[in-house]
Design a protein around this ligand. Structure first.
Ligand code: HEC
Ligand code: HEC
Length: 296
């Protein structure tokens, strides 16, 4: 009797170990199924204007919001129950420890220094950054003073591993691949092209990969074609203060948090271009069959 019990317990434990092992192995295989594109070999500038440009990119793209105002890193701990524990690394320290190609792979391709796909870093928001802007960003991060910080280990969690293993979860490289190409011809319409570039490297973090709205996770975000309903002055006030202008009758939550951290740094030319592009979306139908905006 006791022997049978011990054997049963042993078999169950062995099966469980095998199961966890398989989930671990398959989830790691998914994470490692992320080949870097050709290595980034743009020259990293060191002149003052490029460093300032890099700081501007970091500020307006939210690096400070998630990686800390001193770029010292941030533990998202309990705030995000997914992927169990997200920890944004100390970026100033990271920039000194890694070469430009490794940094570019993390920023634009969603691949970490260990060769595994990232899960929580929004590289899809940065994948359309130009080589010049990426090089300036890397230059700035390397020049930023390192503030010491004590960060815990990031954790992936079994439920995410299980979803990865059965193909029910996406990695950052999947998201990066899903970002639509820029469409506006810069030679024919320079201002609208600048606006598209800004929208597709700033606003598509939350407003859908095509900035036409998102309903997959977090608070649902509106289709930014709605900007056509507000004036240029109200638009500027909204994105630089994070206080709603009453157009959708919404209380601003997340938008109210990120806007004042990121967008007051935009120049008025940038706001003009962004406004021109978003207003021009009003007549265009939005793609109905995309995963970040499932059909209702
Ligand atoms: C929404 C929050 C968020 C924003 C915005 C963000 N990051 Fe991250 N970043 C993270 C998290 C969380 C990680 C840890 C890896 C993970 O969980 O995917 C990370 C990881 C990284 C890494 C290390 C990747 C590795 O493991 O090798 C680099 C480099 C990085 N971020 C650069 C940037 C830069 C540059 C910006 C601004 C252009 C930026 N991040 C903006 C959250 C963010
Ligand atoms: C970190 C996520 C995030 C980013 C980045 C972001 N937004 Fe939002 N935005 C939201 C959310 C969420 C809402 C819905 C209201 C809320 O919950 O704050 C919203 C609402 C809005 C609204 C509607 C306001 C109203 O009164 O109804 C506008 C317009 C808007 N965002 C414009 C932008 C523009 C332009 C950008 C890029 C420059 C941008 N947002 C970037 C999350 C974001």
């Amino acid at each position: 009797m006791l022997r049978t019990l011990i054997m049963t317990v042993g078999v169950v434990a062995a099966a469980a170990a095998l199961g966890f092992g398989a989930v671990y192995f398959m989830s790691e295989a998914r994470l490692r199924d992320a080949a870097r594109g050709s290595a980034f070999d743009a020259a990293i500038p060191s002149d003052a204007a490029s460093l300032e440009r890099g700081r501007h990119i970091a500020r307006t793209r939210g690096c400070f919001g998630c990686h800390g105002q001193q770029l010292e890193g941030k533990d998202f701990g309990e705030q995000w129950d997914w992927p169990e524990r997200a920890v944004a690394p100390n970026l100033a320290a990271y920039a000194r420890a890694h070469d430009a190609a490794t940094m570019e792979a993390a920023i634009r391709q969603g691949i970490g220094a260990d060769g595994r796909a990232l899960m929580a870093m929004p590289s899809f928001n940065f994948t359309r950054l130009t080589d010049d802007d990426t090089a300036a960003l890397i230059a700035f991060l390397r020049s930023a003073p390192v503030t010491k910080s004590d960060l815990p280990e990031a954790k992936l969690g079994w439920s995410v591993r299980f979803d990865l293993a059965r193909g029910a979860e996406t990695t950052m490289t999947d998201w990066v691949r899903a970002v639509p190409a820029l469409r506006v011809d810069a030679a024919a319409e320079p201002e609208r092209a600048r606006g598209e570039y800004l929208a597709m490297t700033m606003c598509n973090e939350c407003h859908g990969l095509d900035v036409r709205g998102q309903m997959l996770f977090g608070p649902p975000t509106p289709d930014l074609a709605m900007v056509a309903a507000i004036s240029r002055a109200d638009f500027e006030r909204l994105i630089t203060t994070g206080v709603g202008v009453g157009v959708g009758g919404r209380e601003l939550g997340l938008m109210g948090l990120v806007a004042p951290d990121r967008f007051p740094a935009l120049t008025s030319e940038e706001i003009d271009a962004l406004y021109a592009y978003l207003v021009s979306l009003a007549g265009e139908p939005a793609a109905p069959d995309v995963f970040w905006r499932p059909a209702p």
